[in-house]
Design a protein around this ligand. Structure first.
Ligand code: SAM
Length: 239
């Protein structure tokens, strides 16, 4: 595993104990889009059918996998994540909601999915792809999707302001501010490691097309008042 991947896992290991209590506030603070609303949009874009086989990439504590599971009858959702501490919490959440018959959790990374070609009807993910190497992840997702299968993703996108001269100068201060908020250097390192994997709407469209996806639709949600926060993108595509 690369140093960067280890750094990401260390960051989420540090965040795991407080993740469920803090993630919703952070997503809404940065994008203006409520976390629950973001998950609902992914579930809707996924077009879940009762018997679908679904993969949730970077499932974390399982929020999206659980929202999908509620739509299933004899279908199944598999949540993968490389951070065992996040998966332990996901397992607890699955048991608490009594959805163990529809949700399976596995330790794995998006860049090398441990599944045969054409295994899934739907692949979903929320605020996780920027922690992966996206140009490796997209062909992997396409490989495990069945022909005609759907991809539905929410992710943070790139904030153009950060690449301006002022942004580059302010980046150390922004990192320091984030360190004060999170009180964990491991989390700050994980977020900084993900910086190069934040993309603009147009870049997502181009990468999805390059990876061979069709029917691509990307919607961007910007913070209503600040241009300094990264927007959220909701991606939809099919194989
Ligand atoms: C911000 S959390 C998102 C969790 C959850 N999907 C949600 O909506 O709250 C990002 C997750 O991506 C996972 N992750 C990091 N690197 C990954 C990789 N290479 N492949 C898959 N997941 C990864 C992290 O362990 C973490 O649980």
């Amino acid at each position: 595993m690369s140093d960067q991947a280890n750094e990401t896992i260390a960051g989420f290991t540090a965040w795991a104990p407080t993740y469920d209590q803090t993630v919703a506030k952070e997503v809404e603070q940065y994008s203006g889009l409520p976390y629950e609303e973001m998950l609902k949009r992914v579930v809707k874009a996924a077009g879940v059918t009762p018997s679908a086989q679904v993969l949730d990439i970077g499932t974390g504590t399982g929020a999206l996998a659980l929202a999908i599971a509620e739509q299933l009858q004899d279908g199944r959702v598999i949540g993968i994540d490389p951070t065992p501490e996040m998966l332990h919490r996901a397992e607890r959440n699955v048991q608490r909601l009594g959805l163990g018959d529809r949700v399976e959790l596995r330790t794995a990374a998006a860049e090398a999915l441990p599944f045969a070609d054409a295994s899934f009807d739907i692949v979903v993910s929320s605020i996780a792809l920027h922690h992966t190497t996206v140009r490796q992840t997209l062909p992997e997702i396409r490989r495990v999707l069945k022909p005609g299968g759907r991809l539905a993703v929410a992710d943070m996108s790139r904030c153009e302001k950060w690449r301006s001269t002022l942004g580059v100068l302010l980046m150390p201060l922004l990192s320091l501010y984030y360190l004060c908020v999170k009180r964990s250097m491991a989390i700050v390192r994980a977020e900084l490691a993900a910086y190069e994997q934040l993309f603009l709407k147009e870049e997502w469209e181009a990468m999805l097309a390059e990876a061979g996806f069709a029917s691509i639709h990307v919607e961007e949600f910007r913070h209503p008042t600040s241009q300094w926060y990264p927007p959220v993108v909701i991606l939809e595509a099919s194989k």
